[in-house]
Design a protein around this ligand. Structure first.
Ligand code: PRP
Ligand code: URA
Length: 212
């Protein structure tokens, strides 16, 4: 795959370790859900080194000093339903007051085209980084549609975070939205004939919510 300047792949042994367990077909729903959260937190910690901050004065027991804190409303969390929901707590661990907007999107089983069925976003789109969450980036159709929607609603600073991505999804999103930074923990080999990621982890929504 061509190199894309907007794509960060996390090459960290802790993330690789957790992704290995996540892929295993014998990993049950509870552990799968916990791992998705933990991996998300590790990725967010790295991806938001540049989070906007503000200066505050803090009184210690000894004196007053100037300190740095995360700016109010710096991050807006946007999970793509269903599977993106599994990543929300992983971001809230680090940004507990972040607002959450939901985008409902499902892939047609035959065509793999994305279909939007729900959208509820916070009104305030200025001065916030919208972080779109979805564990899987396969053809890229769902991610492109979700980002299109955010831009239509006025969001200007958008990032995409996926746990596992296929080269095709990365290329499709990068071409459609070159301004969007993409963070992935693992770049997998390819898609199969049903547009599932190989080696992948199967259907993320089903594994998170026990629907199969
Ligand atoms: C999965 C996944 C992504 C999408 C990725 O959702 O969570 O949203 O597929 O595929 P794409 O890159 O080819 O668009 P799915 O449509 O299966 O819905 P679900 O989360 O409700 O199971
Ligand atoms: N959606 C999933 O949940 N898994 C894939 O491999 C592709 C799309």
């Amino acid at each position: 795959m061509k190199e894309y300047p907007n794509v960060t792949i996390f090459d960290h042994p802790l993330i690789r370790h957790k992704v290995a367990i996540l892929r295993d077909k014998n990993t049950g729903m509870k552990e799968f859900r916990e791992l998705v959260e933990e991996i998300t937190t590790l990725m967010v910690y790295e991806a938001f080194k540049d989070v906007p901050t503000k200066k505050v004065m803090v009184e210690t027991p000894l004196e007053t000093c100037e300190q740095t804190m995360v700016a109010d409303g710096a991050v807006t969390i946007v999970p793509v339903l269903r599977a993106g929901l599994g990543m929300v707590n992983g971001v809230h661990t680090l940004f507990p007051t972040a607002r959450v907007g939901h985008i409902g999107m499902y892939r047609d089983e035959e065509t793999c085209e994305p279909h939007e069925y729900y959208c509820k976003l916070p009104n305030r789109s200025d001065n916030t980084v919208a972080i779109v969450l979805d564990p899987m980036l396969a053809t890229g159709g769902s991610a492109v549609a979700a980002i299109d929607l955010l831009k239509q609603k006025g969001y200007k600073n958008i990032r995409l975070m996926n746990i596992i991505a296929a080269p095709r999804g990365v290329e499709v999103v990068s071409k459609a939205h070159p301004d969007v930074k993409i963070y992935i923990s693992t770049l997998d080999r390819e898609l199969n004939e049903h547009s599932y990621i190989l080696p992948g982890l199967g259907d993320a929504g089903d594994r998170l919510f026990g629907t199969k």
